[in-house]
Design a protein around this ligand. Structure first.
Ligand code: T1G
Length: 710
């Protein structure tokens, strides 16, 4: 296996990395060995004055260390050795007697960027495909090949912490501003500019650098007291964001501090020791599994492999219903899929409001420099609106996001079918109504499918695609691929009430209502669940979703699943008091100018309950979590999701189930079916039949089975 090829020009050795048979370059032990042998050869070659490292892949520099290798790590010591090996290799690059220039196009991440950091000059392309960063903490580890030591020295402490602690990557222009790279050029001249830089460095020597930082930064970061302040604030921010559930960013902060305060050798020791300790944790294992699940879903068309399908390419989108969801679907589609989107509603003023909201999504990206002005103008021109179906004959896909009512949705389907071409697809964004019920009267039921987006559409990464019983494979694949083009992670779920995400969420939200009825204070419930790892608690989530929407969904679920999913009385009473949640600034919380402040104490009077003492966060967590786990097991046994992978990704990306726990199905495997059953039986005795363990869990206990068989 030869990953590297070398050519030479004017005494500059051009080393090209192109891992055979791999879509991306990644660094594993074999590649590092080959690299080391190669530069040792070039060290002794008198004709070689400098080296340029460049990728042979069309759109990828180096995606980092081989993450698959982590799944084979058997011990902390083995992981530590992996990091030490990486550090030593980068040391040899940094101390190489001839200049080494990194010519970067495409993702340059993790060990890939750590290699660039060890090089003496970095040239990157201005392509949107080029991103530079250290995403390791997103895998539950830290940069283990010198990144924690070299990046702060290159760009300054706070700028480096901003990247390392969040696992960020930056586009080339921002990376240049930060000092992460030295030059940014069009792809067409990357090689040329890198060669010129290598020649210049070989001739004039490697320039001394100082982090490009403002005077105030230099002042703060230039003094031990100032740096201590930075470390303390960074620690507070990490804890506020992670709730202490993610050890990697705190460990990385420690390593950066040790490297700056005690010197590089101590920094490297701390780096490989902490890397070793983190790489074998369940948190890292779960985050690495999530990485592989999402990359696998990027290629999964939602139908069995080998299915003969003719996908329908979506070039023009129609959206019926220009409310909150419809407008966001149109705006997100234009932004990410860059196609024409036509918004329809019954009256022009509503259409206008929807178009304004859709363009608002583009405005927000312009404001954050994620779009140039010309890109913004070009994309905004793709949006149009109408109060009739004019222009819909050209649509390849029409998504309806109208009122959550079966009759209304059936009427819209009939109207749209009368307009669109036979091969065009009709998708419904219903969140609970079975697709087969909506498709019942369809002329072309094989072209009807559910596409369930989550609010806010432009930010929530998940899309549930729900085929009905007569939807054909071509329609499924088209919807899945379109969802991916919109930047979504797509799972295909079966047409059961509530689909997957709302199915496992309903009992969790119901039980939160029951706890409030029992006198458990709202803030105790929400704090218990954010401490457990959810981004927001159930009461705050109900306010976000909208209590009217939640009530509709809970009625459908109660209708479908009976007593077990009996909704609490809380949501109904809130609605009686005209409390819809954030949308009318009246919910469980007080909203001031759109900002959520504390719990609205008046809700207890509205609900006729007196908040009581004596409840523990653990008791709250157990009741809410185990109801969700049990429902996940039930829905899994009914085949609602195609695999445990899809179920867990759905929970993580749909409702923010804590990624460090891996997802409800992975968590039950970690707890063991027996322990889950025993806990549910205890809760059943204490709180009622809704906690009766799912039969599949009993069976798994008897047979020692897991949701992830491997
Ligand atoms: N290791 C192993 N496989 C990888 C990989 C990696 N680093 N990166 C990508 N792949 C595989 C992926 O599984 C998929 O495989 C294929 O490549 C295409 O990926 C010491 C220890 C680079 C932005 O976290 O973010 O360095 O499914 O579909 O959408 O400090 O992949 O085809 O078999 O995602 O164009 C840090 C991870 C590692 C970056 C490309 N690096 N990768 O996205 O393609 S830790 C990362 C990505 C580290 C050091 C530490 C993305 C990408 P398959 P894809 P894409």
């Amino acid at each position: 296996m030869t990953a590297f090829t070398t050519t030479s020009e004017n005494g500059i050795a051009i080393v090209t990395l192109d891992l055979p048979g791999e879509p991306v370059n990644k660094l594993d032990a074999g590649v590092v060995d080959e690299w080391e042998q190669l530069i040792e050869r070039l060290r002794g070659d008198a004709a070689v004055r400098a080296i340029v490292v460049i990728s042979g892949k069309p759109d990828n520099f180096i995606a980092g260390a081989d993450i698959e290798a982590f799944t084979r790590l058997a011990s902390q010591e083995e992981a530590e050795a992996l990091s030490r090996r990486g550090q030593e290799a980068m040391q040899r690059v940094e101390q190489f007697p001839k200049p080494i220039v990194a010519a970067i196009h495409g993702p340059c991440l993790g060990a890939g960027y750590e290699l660039a950091l060890a090089c003496h000059w970095r040239v990157a392309t201005d392509s949107p495909k080029t991103q530079l960063g250290l995403p390791e903490v997103q895998l539950g580890i830290l940069p283990g090949a010198g990144g924690c030591v070299r990046l702060p020295r290159l760009i300054g402490l706070r700028a480096a912490l901003d990247i390392i602690l969040a696992g960020k990557s930056e586009r080339a222009q921002k990376a240049l501003r930060l000092g992460m790279v030295d030059e940014v050029v069009p792809k067409s001249i990357l090689r040329q500019v890198a060669l010129a830089a290598a020649d210049r460095l070989a001739r004039d020597g490697i320039p001394k650098r100082r982090p490009p930082r403002r005077a105030v930064d230099a002042l703060i970061e230039g003094t031990p007291v100032g740096r201590q302040l930075v470390y303390r604030m960074a620690r507070r921010q990490v804890l506020a964001k992670t709730g202490g559930n993610y050890p990697a960013p705190l460990a990385a902060l420690d390593v950066v501090r040790i490297a700056l305060e005690r010197g590089a050798p101590e920094g490297y020791r701390a780096e490989h020791e902490r890397f070793g300790a983190l790489a074998v944790t369940p948190v890292s294992r779960n985050l690495v599994q999530t990485f592989f699940a999402t990359t696998a879903l990027k290629k999964d068309d939602g139908v069995p492999a080998g299915t003969d399908v003719t996908p329908h390419r979506i070039r023009r989108l129609g959206v019926v219903g220009s409310g909150f969801m419809g407008a966001a679907i149109a705006g997100t589609a234009v932004l990410n899929a860059e196609l024409e989107a036509r918004l329809k509603d019954s009256e022009l003023p509503r259409v206008g409001k929807g178009l304004k909201a859709a363009i608002g999504i583009l405005d927000e990206r312009l404001k954050r420099r994620r779009l140039t002005r010309s890109q913004h103008q070009r994309l905004a021109a793709l949006l149009s609106g109408t109060a009739d179906y004019s222009g819909f004959t050209r649509a390849d896909l029409v998504i309806e996001a109208v009122f959550e009512d079966l009759a209304v949705k059936r009427r819209v389907l009939a109207e749209v079918e009368a307009e669109i071409r036979p091969e065009a697809i009709f998708a419904t964004n219903t969140s609970t109504i079975p697709i087969r019920d909506i498709a019942a009267g369809a002329r072309r039921p094989e072209r009807v499918i559910g596409m369930h987006f989550f609010s806010p559409v432009e930010r929530m990464p998940l899309l549930e695609v729900i085929p009905a019983d007569r939807t054909d494979a071509g329609t499924i694949v088209s919807a899945v691929r379109f969802g991916r083009a919109m930047g979504k992670t797509v799972i295909v779920v079966h047409d059961h009430p509530g689909f997957w995400v709302n199915r496992i969420l309903s009992p969790y939200l119901n039980e939160a209502g029951v706890l409030i009825e029992e006198g458990v204070p709202v803030e105790l419930i929400d704090r218990a669940m954010t401490r457990w790892g959810f981004p927001v608690g159930p009461a705050a989530l109900l306010d976000e979703i909208g209590l009217d929407v939640a009530q509709k969904a809970s009625k459908v679920m109660h209708g479908a699943f009976g007593e077990r999913l009996t909704p609490s009385t809380v949501v109904g009473r809130m609605l009686d008091d005209n409390r819809l949640g954030r949308k009318n600034a009246r919910g469980f919380y007080v909203y001031h100018e759109g900002h959520k402040t504390g719990v609205d104490e008046r809700v207890y009077r509205v609900l006729g309950v007196k908040p009581l003492e004596g409840f523990t966060p653990e008791a709250v967590q157990q009741r809410l979590v185990y109801l969700m786990l049990n429902e996940a097991a039930l829905a899994f046994s009914e085949g609602v999701v195609r695999s445990a992978r899809d179920g867990d990704i759905g929970a993580l990306f749909g409702i923010g189930f804590p990624p460090f726990r891996g997802g409800p199905l992975r968590l039950m495997d970690d707890l063991g079916a027996q322990q889950v059953v025993e806990t549910l039986e205890r809760l059943h005795t204490a709180h009622g039949a809704r906690f009766a363990p799912a039969p599949i869990l009993q069976q798994m206990t008897e047979r020692g089975e897991r949701f992830y068989p491997d």
